[in-house]
Design a protein around this ligand. Structure first.
Ligand code: HEM
Length: 366
C-alpha cells in the first residue's frame, strides 16, 4: 500500500489544507493532481481526491459505500436536505418518484412559456451577462415550479446568498427558510406548477441546486457565443454549451463520505473519510482531452471519454435538473442574433460553485 501524496500544506494533520482550500481551491486541486491520479488533503477531515474516469465511475456508481449525507453539501442549509441527503437504499425509489417530472419530454410543455418569459427580459444594446443570467435562472425556476407566482423579490432574496462569497452560503438562516417553506406550502396548496406534484423539501432543494449553477453556465455560454460566433446558431448551441461546461463546470468538486474502509487505486481509504471527485480536474486532463485549455466545441462532434465528462455528475445521482438546465440555456442563447464581447473576465472563480471571476459585458444587436 502506497502513502497518499499531498500538496503543500500546514503541519496540522487533518487540518493541513483548510486555509488553502478556503483561499485557492483550484490551485490546490491542480497542485494535487500534478502529484498523481489520487492525492490526499486535510480538510478538517481526511479527504482523498481522484479525477480518473475509473475513480469517477467507482465513486458515482457505488452508492452504498459513497454516501452523500455528511458530505460538503451538508455544510450549507441550501443543499442539506431532500434527495441530496438521501442515501441508498432510499435514494433510488425517491429518484424514481422525481425523475418523471424532469425528463426532457415532461418539460417540453414548459418551453414555450419559458421562451415567452425570457423574450420579455431580453436585453438589447449593452448588458452584463452575469446579472441577466441570474434573472433568467430565477424566472425559469419560478415558472417551472410555481407558474411564475412566487413573488420575485422574495425568491431573489432567498437565492442571493448562493452567489455570495463564503461564509454567506454556509450560514444558517432559520427565519428566511421558514418563510420560504411557508410560501412554498401556500403555492402548493394553490396547485401551481411542478411544486404541486413534489414534496416541499424537494422544491426548496431544486430551487437552490438549480439557481447559481444555471446562471453561471449561461453567463459563460453567452460570453463564448459572443467570442466564437461560428457556434452561435441553433445547431451549434448544444456543442457550445457542452464545451462551456467542460472548461467551466459550476459543480467543480463533488464529495461523498466513505461508509466502509476500502482499497482504491492502490490506497486504503478509511471509513469516515471524504472522497472527492472533480469535474474541473477531469475535464482539463491532457490524457483525456486534446489541447484541454482550448475552447473548442467541435471536440463534442467526436467521441467523449466515458466517465471523463461529468458536468452534471453521473450514475444514479446525476443532476435531476440536467434537461431543464439544458432547455433554459438553449432558449436563452437563441434569443440573441448577434453578440459582441465588450469587456470582462471569464476566468473561473470558486465559491459554492464555480463562477466567472468578473463582470461580462456584451453588446446585443439585431
Ligand atoms: C447548468 C446547471 C447545472 C449544473 C452544472 C448542475 C450540476 C450538478 C451536479 C454536478 C450534480 C451532482 C452532485 C454530486 O454528485 O454530488 C447535481 C445534482 C443535482 N442537481 Fe444539478 N446542476 C444544474 C442545474 C440543476 C437544476 C436546474 C436543478 C433543479 C431543477 C438541479 C437539481 C439537482 C439536484 C436535486 C441534484 C441532486 C440529485 C441527487 O443527489 O440524486 N440542478 N447537479
Amino acid at each position: 500500500m502506497r502513502a497518499l501524496p499531498q500538496p503543500k500544506g500546514y503541519p496540522w494533520g487533518s487540518f493541513a489544507h483548510l486555509p488553502r482550500w478556503a483561499a485557492e481551491p483550484l490551485a490546490l486541486l491542480e497542485e494535487g493532481a500534478a502529484l498523481g491520479p489520487v492525492f490526499g488533503l486535510g480538510l478538517g477531515r481526511r479527504a482523498v481526491v481522484g479525477y480518473s474516469p475509473e475513480w469517477n465511475k467507482r465513486l458515482l456508481s457505488d452508492l452504498q459505500t459513497f454516501r452523500s449525507r455528511g458530505s460538503f453539501s451538508s455544510l450549507t442549509p441550501y443543499l442539506n436536505g431532500g434527495i441530496i441527503t438521501t442515501d441508498a437504499p432510499a435514494h433510488r425509489p425517491q429518484r424514481q418518484e422525481l425523475n418523471p417530472h424532469f425528463h426532457a419530454k415532461a418539460l417540453a410543455g414548459l418551453e414555450g412559456r419559458i421562451r415567452a418569459a425570457l423574450e420579455e427580459i431580453r436585453p438589447s444594446g449593452d448588458f452584463e451577462a452575469n446579472a441577466w443570467a441570474s434573472q433568467v435562472a430565477q424566472r425559469s425556476l419560478n415558472l417551472a415550479y410555481f407558474e411564475g407566482r412566487f413573488p420575485r423579490a422574495e425568491l431573489a432574496h432567498f437565492l442571493a446568498p448562493l452567489k455570495q462569497p463564503f461564509p454567506a452560503p454556509l450560514l444558517p438562516r432559520p427565519l428566511l427558510f421558514a418563510r420560504v417553506r411557508r410560501r412554498i406550502a401556500e403555492l402548493q396548496a394553490a396547485g401551481l406548477g411542478l411544486a404541486a406534484h413534489l414534496p416541499a423539501e424537494e422544491v426548496l432543494i431544486g430551487l437552490a441546486a438549480g439557481y447559481d449553477t444555471t446562471a453561471h453556465t449561461l453567463a459563460w455560454a453567452l460570453w463564448h457565443a459572443a467570442c466564437y460566433p461560428a457556434w452561435h446558431h441553433p445547431a451549434g448551441h448544444p456543442f457550445l454549451i457542452k464545451e462551456t461546461l467542460r472548461l467551466y463546470p459550476p459543480g467543480f468538486i463533488g464529495s461523498r463520505r466513505v461508509a466502509r474502509g476500502l482499497m482504491l487505486e492502490g490506497h486504503f481509504i478509511p471509513q469516515g473519510a471524504l472522497a472527492l471527485y472533480s469535474p474541473y480536474l477531469t475535464h482539463r486532463h491532457p490524457d483525456l482531452w486534446a489541447r484541454p485549455l482550448t475552447f473548442d466545441p467541435s471536440r463534442f462532434q467526436g467521441r467523449i471519454p466515458a466517465w471523463g465528462y461529468l458536468p452534471f455528475g453521473g450514475g444514479e445521482r446525476i443532476c435531476l435538473g440536467m434537461h431543464f438546465a439544458q432547455m433554459v440555456l438553449g432558449i436563452a442563447l437563441s434569443l440573441f442574433r448577434h453578440l459582441e464581447p465588450l469587456r470582462g473576465d471569464p476566468a473561473p472563480k470558486p465559491g459554492l460553485t464555480l463562477a466567472p471571476a468578473g463582470e461580462l459585458w456584451l453588446r446585443s444587436s439585431a
